[in-house]
Design a binder for this molecule. Sequence first.
Ligand code: B12
Length: 432
Amino acid sequence: MKVLFISDNRCRDNLVPFPLGIACVASATAQAGHEISCLDLMFSRDPAADTVERIRAFRPDCVGLSLRNIDNQDKYAGEFYPPAAREIADAVRSETSAPVVLGGAGFTIFPAECLEYMDVEMGIVGEGERSFVALLERLEPGAAVDDTPGLALRRDGGVRVNPPGPHAWPGLFPPPERRLFDVTRYDWKPDNDHPFVANLQSRRGCHLRCIYCSSPTVEGRVIRVREAGAVADELASLQWDFGIGTAAFVDSLFNYPAQYTRELCREIVARKVSLRWIANLNPLYCDPATMEMMREAGCVSLSIGNESGSEDVLESLKKGFSREQVISAVKGARDLGFRINCFLLLGGPGENEATVKESVELMEELGPDMVSVTVGIRIYPGCELHDIALREGVIEPGQNLLYPAFYISPETESWLYPYMREVCDAHAGWNL
Ligand code: B12
């Protein structure tokens, strides 16, 4: 079959990300014998017209449309992306009767809501490598698709979502094909001097139970690691074949399982690359020996997911680590010379003036290079925060959360945002 993949993401917050998810699914699709074409609308001046033009040129039998972001998770300066995505689905439909299949992280969190909003019949929830190829196998001979694992199907006024089937162990699939897109167009910030930042993934899944986080919904709770040598090869190839200077691991938990992280670092060292890389660490698993090996392997910058500096709030967010562990993670990272980015996710259940003060003071004391601050927490289905918000009347039963809703504790709602604006303005490297 001829399959056109379209990346709908046009958000440039933080960076211009290489469409890694599509690159993974497209590689698996090509490996299964299909002909593929990819279009990233990030660089498009007229996305609908470019979509139509590509469809005329390629004549696809199926169109995969990836929805990474639904919104920018900002309670105070919100952006909502589905209307623009809907225009793309409409443009596809205006040119071809080939089926449109939605997929991606945003879609996975809101499958029924996205299908309804975009008036599309089907999508793949979760990892696309196995399920999307299974769907194509059914579409090609015109067979019934209903039993496809991970399929969300909108029919007869309702949406049915099939269980995803066994996890697609990342190692079973080819690495994401970088040549599907022009890697030189992706960077950390459109106007800085870090050219060609590439993202890559060494593992999927998160077993933690943070009350607000949708990552387990997107990636699953079981951690699956890729073969360490293959990941190191991919990293080396980014430097040698594509001239990438900096790579960013997208793994939420780069330091878990630690044994695998250390094996990966050894493999990277053996490749003798000079490329620098960055990763996300959870304070729960920050042991100095692993961090030292990361440094030796070229890691220069760490995002440490502390989210708070208050013992009470860490507990109510169910972060699973203590304030002491945050302190020792940040100090340990600083001793090893890493550039450090910490986070404050403020306004969750139990947040009050004293806990905010504790968090701000801890960040001042530890002095990371950057502090990324968020006020108000986006409510996602399937998370414990969703139940809390329902109980407290913040949202109503059945509320469509595709339209962003946020939790902010009653004790902080009236003052926290302007207060944190002032705090951030007064501290270099703090961003709200
Ligand atoms: C790493 C990450 C970041 C990094 C990106 C680093 C980089 N260099 O790429 C940083 C921190 C910079 C970031 C920023 C943002 N992020 Co972010 N990010 C993630 C994270 C943790 C992983 C994304 C990733 O690359 N995964 C690896 C790839 C391989 O997986 P994937 O894209 O999901 O693709 C798989 C499936 O989805 C599926 N699939 C994908 N496309 C398609 C297409 C078809 C047709 C099919 C069938 C299947 C399919 O198959 C793929 C392979 O299995 C996710 C959460 C998560 N755990 O997934 C959030 C996530 C995607 N981010 C999110 C958001 C909101 C943002 C920001 C808007 C936040 C902000 N305000 O700054 C920005 C936007 C950045 C941008 N310009 O687009 C949200 C999106 C949900 C929403 N509310 O919209 C997520 C889901 C986190 C969350 N809160 O739930 N992010």
